[in-house]
Design a protein around this ligand. Structure first.
Ligand code: ASP
Length: 361
């Protein structure tokens, strides 16, 4: 038995108790503000959350079977690592057959990275995996925790009204009445309740009086068996350009020993300096086999290498255009694709290709 399947599931009593046909949902609690409390130093720290049912009595009214799996060590999501993503993917895999949908309670700081990582790791996903959390901990006045969780559960349980097929076979981030594709989410706000934005893609669900599913934008792929990947390459970096960036900085990042991939955050539609020292740094990285993915610093629009003279030379230095991908999706895509251990042609092909709705080609 793996460490994962040894983690106990806690049944939360609900209105579905005697309804064998009611949807079965698994809530995975990882930590984050949603379950935090104030310590003696007046700082917010994660707490154990087995009391979810008591803290959110509204859950009892739900017409679903609910089980809770709390990670033994809840964390502030600033401490999330690729090992945590692999663990979440394993947990979903182990419980996949027994549940209709999954809701992951997670800190907001890195939720967009985790949602993108899980999107890549869970290939041929056929059930909803909805990340949610809160800006104000559960139990506090004006907390958004209960509202976010209740709606995330409703989305995870949803079926097409007539066909009764899965409505959302995707990883998503639900926050403040909007469900965003996991590979399109970005945290844009640390004070207000609307913490996330859907970049370059419409939200998949809007929650008002009823749930409004944007079915035409939801990825419906031919049915296939879930494939859970268990490898992520960690020797990657993000390099954000700024006017005045020096050769020492660019050279140091691209020259990290063993580096395999780097997200290069460029200007506008993928533009970068044409200074010989800069191009030479890229050339050396290319020669060492480092994959560089060009991602725009702009929130909207896309990378089009060659539109300007300032991006025309990048492709010949091996730089791969990231199209309209977010940095969060780009870095996790690099980890995922490089973790597959493919040859250069296949790696470049996958990095340029749309894998999980992260780019609009
Ligand atoms: N620092 C917290 C976390 O990401 C913030 C939050 O959950 O809103 O875990």
């Amino acid at each position: 038995m793996s460490a994962e399947s040894a983690l106990p599931l806690l049944t939360l009593p609900t209105a579905a108790a005697t309804d064998a046909a009611a949807p079965r949902l698994l809530i995975l609690y990882t930590g984050g503000t949603v379950g935090m409390a104030i310590n003696r130093q007046q700082q917010l720290v994660p707490m154990h959350f087995s009391q979810l049912g008591r803290r959110m009595p509204e859950l009892r009214k739900l017409p679903y079977h609910l089980e809770l799996l709390a990670l033994p060590q809840p964390i502030d999501s600033s401490n999330v690592t690729p090992a945590d993503w692999l663990r979440l993917a394993r947990l979903i895999s182990e419980h996949y057959a027994n549940f209709n949908g999954f809701v992951i309670l997670h800190g907001t700081d890195t939720m967009a990275y985790s949602a993108a990582a899980l999107s890549f790791l869970l290939e041929h996903l056929g059930k909803p995996v909805v990340f949610t959390g809160a800006q104000v901990p559960v139990g506090r006045t004006r907390s958004d925790a209960t509202r976010n969780l209740l709606t995330a559960l409703e989305i995870a349980a949803a079926r097409h009204p007539r066909a009764h097929t899965v409505r959302l076979p995707e990883v998503g981030v639900f926050f403040n009445d909007v469900l965003i594709r996991g590979t399109r989410a970005k945290k844009v706000e640390s004070q207000q309740f609307a913490a996330f934005k859907s970049e370059n893609y419409p939200p998949l669900v809007r929650a008002g009086i009823s749930l409004d599913f944007n079915d035409k934008n939801i990825r419906l792929l031919p049915a296939a068996r879930l494939r859970v990947h268990q490898n992520l390459e960690e020797k990657v970096a993000v390099l954000r350009l700024f006017p005045g960036i020096t050769e020492a900085v660019v050279g140091a990042v691209l020259g990290v020993p063993g580096l395999r991939g780097c997200v290069l955050e460029t200007y506008g539609s993928g533009n970068a300096p044409t200074a010989p020292w800069f191009l030479s740094c890229l050339e050396k990285a290319y020669a060492r086999g480092v994959y560089v993915l060009n991602v725009s610093q702009c929130e909207e629009g896309r990378v089009v290498q060659g539109r300007y003279e300032t991006s025309a030379g990048l492709a010949s230095l091996g730089v791969i255009g990231g199209d309209d991908i977010t940095t969060e999706a780009a870095i996790t895509k690099l980890m995922f694709v490089l973790g597959l251990g493919l040859n250069e042609t296949e790696t470049r092909q996958l990095l340029s290709q749309n894998l999980r709705g992260e780019i609009t080609l």
